[in-house]
Design a protein around this ligand. Structure first.
Ligand code: PEP
Length: 249
């Protein structure tokens, strides 16, 4: 059974003191939905986040990791280092990593393999740019991204994969894909999974939508049959907004 998930990507925001404050605010919110709730603070604040959320159902996850176990990769962080602080889930392939740090599908395939080899769950992000959508190429682009980075995996490995469709033109722009556009793409992704794997596998994978999800639009987006939750950027930085989205199911 696929799960409803709402994950907050804090990106490079919130220092230690601000992290404590936001977590305290999050702990004061009431959850009325059945969604799994996750937050992704920056690396340096993971440890304190785990401590602060010890008695909470909120899962602390990471925003990125390197594919190697250890070695001469200055500035990078490995899966086992993340596991050492308690991380069990990592976001990979965010469009900002692809755009600003040149992460390719081929590199991401290696990161996915490293995460799965370390028994971690992956939230794998992908999505088309505005030009792809304007040229009606969006489905082909998305199919390539998931084929290149994930389709070397056998079906059982997919139980640790969550997909996050994030059209680049909707991230941090205030522009959201319409609920119909999100559903259309999520349905296409699920069909692509059926073709590569099988119905049961395709129906067991959560597919999140990301791109300017806010309290005002979350309910309609989450009501679509193939949308299983959201990856939230800006609105995850305010506890009330984040929980309004968590409770939009
Ligand atoms: C994101 O960064 O994954 C994201 C969806 O950001 P925002 O919600 O701010 O568009």
């Amino acid at each position: 059974m696929r799960k409803n998930i709402v994950a907050g990507n804090w990106k490079m925001n919130k220092d230690m003191a601000q992290t404590d404050l936001l977590i305290a605010d999050l702990k004061n919110q009431e959850q009325t939905s059945n969604a799994e709730v996750m937050i992704a603070p920056t690396f340096t604040n993971l440890h304190q986040s785990f401590n602060a959320l010890e008695d909470s159902k909120i899962e602390v996850i990471a925003q990125n990791m390197h594919f190697a176990e250890s070695g001469a990769y200055t500035g990078e962080i490995s899966a086992s280092m993340l596991k050492g602080v308690g991380v069990k889930t990592v976001i990979l392939g965010h469009s900002e990593r692809r755009a600003y740090f040149n992460e390719t599908d081929e590199l991401l395939a290696k990161k996915v393999d490293a995460a799965l080899a370390n028994d971690m769950r992956v939230i794998f992000c992908f999505g088309e740019e505005l030009a792809d959508r304007k040229s009606d190429n969006h489905e082909a682009v998305v199919k390539n991204q998931i084929t290149n980075a994930l389709f070397h995996l056998e079906a059982p490995a997919l139980k640790n994969i969550v997909l996050a469709y994030e059209p680049v033109w909707a991230i941090g722009t205030g522009e959201t894909a319409s609920p119909e556009q999100a559903q259309e793409m999520h349905q296409y992704i699920r069909e692509t999974l059926v073709n590569r794997y099988d119905e049961a596998t395709a129906n067991s994978i959560s597919i999140l939508y990301g791109g300017s999800v806010k309290p005002a639009n979350a309910k309609e987006i989450f009501s679509k049959p193939d949308v299983d939750g959201g990856l939230i950027g800006g609105a995850a930085l305010k506890a009330e907004d984040f929980y309004a989205i968590v409770n939009a199911f």
